[in-house]
Design a protein around this ligand. Sequence first.
Ligand code: T4K
Length: 401
Amino acid sequence: MAPTKTNDGTLAVFGGTPAFLEPLHVGRPNLGDRAAMLRRMNEIFDRSWFTNDGPMVKEFEARIQELIGVKHCIAMCNGTVALEIAIRALELKGEVILPSYTFVATAHALQWQEIKPVFADMDPCTHNINPGVIERLITPKTTGIIGVHAWGRPCDTEAIEAIGRKHGLKVMYDSAHAFGCSRNGKMIGGFGACEVFSFHATKFLNSFEGGAIVTNDDVMAGKLRLMRNFGFAGYDRVIYLGVNGKMTEVCAAMGLTSLEAVEDLISINRSNYEAYRAELTGLASISVIEYDPNERNNYQYIVVEVDAETAALNRDELVAVLHAENVLARKYFWPGCHKMEPYRSLQPKAAMSLPHTEAVAARVLLLPTGQAMNASQIKLLCQIISNALKNAPAIRRALTK
Ligand code: T4K
């Protein structure tokens, strides 16, 4: 745990000592049972089987299939390559509709394959793609829709898939944030033609680097396994166009160790989330996004909205205050994919149809959680926010000096 200061509470933006003597990161990796991980590492060394569909990868895939209730899990080297392979396996081309409010990897996975990402606005209440705007973005070139379950809160899968069926479009999901979450009682992973998880170090389920495509489609699963391994169907026999998307044994070992810790991590994340809510509720113009208590959530993200119209300090000013205190709050997914290259140059007018994306991207900040945080740190962090709001005019002056 990062040590905290013992001074008089003067905010660091005014020259006080930072409240936390070491940086608090958003996305600090969580660790399952270290001894179990080391045992698995030893097994890998003893077996001398390091990658190429090894036993740890197979076990990891089987456990995920069982946990999610899906027929096939194909583990990959990371979420971005998994997205690229899924897009290719679905034979998406031309144009694909997706939200602009996502990590840039979702858009890059399309553009990398010369498919145009067509950015849809979000529903500001859910931060997910607004199904109501999708139909007007469909052109003769549209082949698919990618929904993103931002912060693990599922998209409106019924509405998106109904549009897909109506227009003959394939639907897949970027479920990078949503491992362990459910919609209407059904685990994320079972929706659309396929769903893609990320197991990056910063994610709820962490395999150092990693990802997976999950699907109930047998034919697609067969194709995905070939594509992941250069199209090999046996020694010297290549029967399909493929790439290297394989997960290593060490990553699978970490994934298995994280899987065993899932319930503990949910409980830590949830109690952090509730501590933040308790401390921040009541602060004018600040709100913490809600998770549906009737569903399974991983509570991996503490997402705070700062109402730009009424807040004493805007989001960027609050982030500057927190950074000065060694709290490395993040502005995900600012400024929106449409404002990042190459989309900014390729689609200079995209912003005109993305008002909610722009507004939400300007008011969201993420705070640290997971095993790295405890209740007293959360209390202190929230006191900094409260203190900053009370001293807004002086902070503004200090920040513009
Ligand atoms: N789709 C969505 C919706 C996604 O959010 C992501 C990834 C993807 C697709 C792609 O999946 P992958 O190909 O990554 O599997 C970070 C993560 O690198 C990225 O995985 C994640 N989304 C994104 C939301 O966050 P950056 O550029 O912000 O990373 P960085 O280096 O600034 O690290 C984030 C914070 O985590 C830092 O404050 C430091 C801390 N950290 C990070 C690592 C790697 C640690 O404390 N320890 C660590 O080992 O993208």
